[in-house]
Structure formats: C-alpha cells, structure tokens
Design a protein around this ligand. Structure first.
Ligand SMILES: Cc1ncc(COP(=O)(O)O)c(C=O)c1O
Length: 387
C-alpha cells in the first residue's frame, strides 16, 4: 500500500465494488421485469461497508435499501443517501418521530407498538410502515389474522401512518426441499388476502428465494448475501442461475521472518514445535481483528502458494510456516486470490463450521476497508482513526 493511504497497519479488507455492481446487474437481467431490488446493507453491509455498498447497489439499479436497526438507517442518511430505507427489525416507539423526520420506513407488527408510537409522532409527520407477517420464521411478526385486522384498522384511522408494505421472511429458502417454504408462502398469501387495501410493496424473497423461485418475487425482493457474491447455502452453489462475484478479500503483509531450529516452539501455549529447521513468518492480524483462534491451521496465500498458520493465533498477530525465505513486506492473502489460487469465504466458513454470512461480518472494524472501482482505490474507511 502507498504511504498516502489513510491507515497505518499492514492488514486491510479490499472491497471490489465492481463485483457488487455486476451481481445486481446480473440479477436485473435474470428477473427481466419491474420487480424492485431492496439491497440489504445491515450489519455494515455484511461487513463490507454499508454506505459504499448502498451507493453502488443504487447506481446498479436497486431502488431501496434495508437495514436491521434505526441507527444503521441514520448512518446511511448521514452519508447523504436519500433512497427509501426499511428497518427490518424492531424499533422503539419513541423513535417514531425520528424515523418520520429522516424518511425511514419501519417494520411494525404489534398494535401496542403503534399505540405507543402514535403519541410520539408530531402533527405533520408521515411514518411509512411495512407490516411483518410471521409465516413460520418464528422471529418477529403478526401470527394471527385478528391481529392483522386490528392493526390495519388502527393505521387507517391515523393518516400520519402510511401503510406502504407487507412482507415475510423464509426460514428454508436455501434448502432443496421446498415443503416448508410452500407452507410459509401459503400462510403469507392468506394474510395478504386478508388486507382490505393492498399496500404498494409486497415482498418475501431473500437471495435464495429470488434466485430459485422468481415466481415469488411479488413486486420487490430483498437481496443480501448474493449481492456480495456469495451463495446463500452450499446446497445452492451448483444451482445458481448466474455466477456470482465475491467482493470481499482480506489482505496482510509479512512483518517478520526468521529461521527456527528443530524443536523450537511457536506462540502461546508453545503448542507448535518445528520438526526441522523451518522458516516462520509473522502476520499482523489476530483474533481482535476477527481472525479467531479456531483458524489456527488454516492456509493463507503467499506468492500464489498455500501455507499454514501454525501455533495459536494471538490477539494481534499470527505465525505462518513458509517453504523458504520471503522478504518482509511480501503480500499475504487470507481471503481472496493470488495467481491461480483462491481462498474463498466459503472455505473459511467450512473451516469454522459455520455459514459464509458470518465471515465478512466477523472481520472487525479494526481492519480498515478500502474500496476499488476498475482496479483503482476510490475510498478508504478506517473506523479506528475516527472513533
Ligand atoms: C428480513 C430479512 N430479509 C432479507 C434478508 C437478506 O437475506 P439474504 O442475505 O439471504 O439475501 C435478511 C437477512 O438476514 C433478513 O433478515
């Protein structure tokens, strides 16, 4: 990295915004209709960076954004993003006015919530809301038609509330067996039919459903993991209707190298012992960066070859076993490609026995993010410097 870059450590995440753009463009071609794309940028854009991903997705044709919490929506507004934003999770009634003020759409599913929120709304406020139906996810949402009827009647009486949408969320869209998804869909349809006036936005599909069952799109889809270039599940990898491009890579550099003798030990607990004379390199990344201790033994790329992490991963550093000498400053890729070798997010997820969603989310804010367009750096975010 050049000196002018706005951070001072040799570990960084690189986000290829062209990949985000391409994934949205491919989705638009695949859907080939007027379905709106709601780009899901919660959790700081799945760890990629919410504002940068949001701007790219909107440029590529998404028309709306969604986040989990109010603070995430406000952060997007602070970044001068004006597109409609839906908060998917529960908000506090006392934040109803703030939501209206910043044109943030809230998810609602409790009559009591609406009654409480009403008292916080100012006279001229307009609060856009989407009703959440719990069709089988069991998380948040309306579960009984009587509740829906009461909520619809309540909303009708106070024109400061604008009922713009109704939605549900599938629990198993990424699994082969569609039985449970169909059950959820039927339940959702019953609720939609129950509404006296149909809201403008009806949506139920996450990435998996969008890519597998276009007939369920209604008039909007909520596109998350696939926008970042990741398959919603291992099962779906060979079933994707178009190829996805991973946007996230994790890079570091060798900061130290030494030759150790047979029997020398490495890192906390002295758990790794060199079996022969061995080159050991040190990388400036550790579990405080989200590169957790369970990744000991995971391979990384140096000069296009795979080498293992040896010994325990420390808070800020870890060690790798090298086949020969490399100069300090040599690039090391933890996630991403070098020459013909690739370490994908899916490989790290498999090593940690988890889903790919978790991997970019867990790389902590201590790791600066740099953003690339056409191979050029266009933005750098270093949350540590701006705390
Ligand atoms: C309510 C809701 N909709 C949509 C999404 C996006 O799902 P995906 O990332 O699988 O596309 C999520 C993600 O968890 C969600 O909670």
């Amino acid at each position: 990295m050049e000196e002018q870059l706005d951070f001072h450590r040799d570990t960084w995440v690189e986000i290829d915004l062209d990949a985000i753009e391409e994934n949205i463009t491919m989705l638009k071609k695949f859907m080939n209709d007027e379905t709106e794309i709601i780009a899901i940028v919660k959790a700081n854009g799945y760890g990629h960076g919410d504002a940068q991903v949001a701007k790219t997705a909107l440029e590529a044709g998404a028309t709306r954004l969604a986040v989990a919490f109010m603070d995430e929506a406000l952060s997007l507004r602070n970044n001068r993003i004006e597109a409609p934003i839906l908060v998917l999770g529960a908000s506090r009634p006392k934040d109803a006015h703030l939501a209206a003020k910043y044109n943030i759409t809230l998810t609602v599913f409790q009559l009591e919530w609406l009654q409480a929120a009403q008292s916080y709304l100012h006279k001229t406020d307009k609060l856009f809301v989407h009703l959440k139906i719990d069709s089988g996810m069991g998380r948040i949402g309306i579960r009984k038609k009587e509740e829906l009827n009461k909520i619809e009647a309540f909303l009708k009486k106070d024109n400061r509330f604008v009922l713009e949408g109704v939605f549900t969320h599938f629990a198993t869209a990424d699994e082969f067996d569609p039985t449970y998804l169909n059950r959820q869909l039927n339940r959702f349809l019953q609720f939609v039919r129950e509404l006296k006036a149909k809201p403008r936005c009806i949506h139920c599909s996450n990435s998996a459903a969008t890519l597998r069952f276009p007939r369920l799109n209604f008039n909007a889809v909520r596109f998350g993991i696939a926008m970042y270039g990741l398959s919603p599940s291992q099962e779906m990898i060979n079933e994707l209707p178009f190829s996805l491009k991973e946007a996230f890579s994790l890079q570091t550099k060798l900061v130290h190298i030494k030759k150790v003798k047979k029997g020398d030990k490495i890192s906390y607990g002295a758990t790794y012992e060199a079996e022969e004379e061995t080159w050991i390199g040190t990388l400036p990344i550790g579990y405080a960066d989200g590169w957790i201790r369970k990744l000991s033994g995971q391979e990384v790329l140096i000069d296009g070859i795979r080498v293992p992490i040896v010994g325990r991963i420390c808070m800020d550093q870890c060690m790798i076993k090298l086949p020969n000498y490399f100069p300090v400053g040599t690039n090391v890729t933890l996630i991403g490609s070098q020459n013909k070798e690739t370490i994908s997010i899916n490989e790290i997820a498999a090593k940690l026995e988890t889903i790919n969603y978790e991997i970019p989310c867990m790389i902590s804010s201590r790791v600066p993010r740099i953003y690339k367009r056409d191979g050029q750096i266009i933005d750098i975010r270093n949350p540590v410097l701006f705390r």
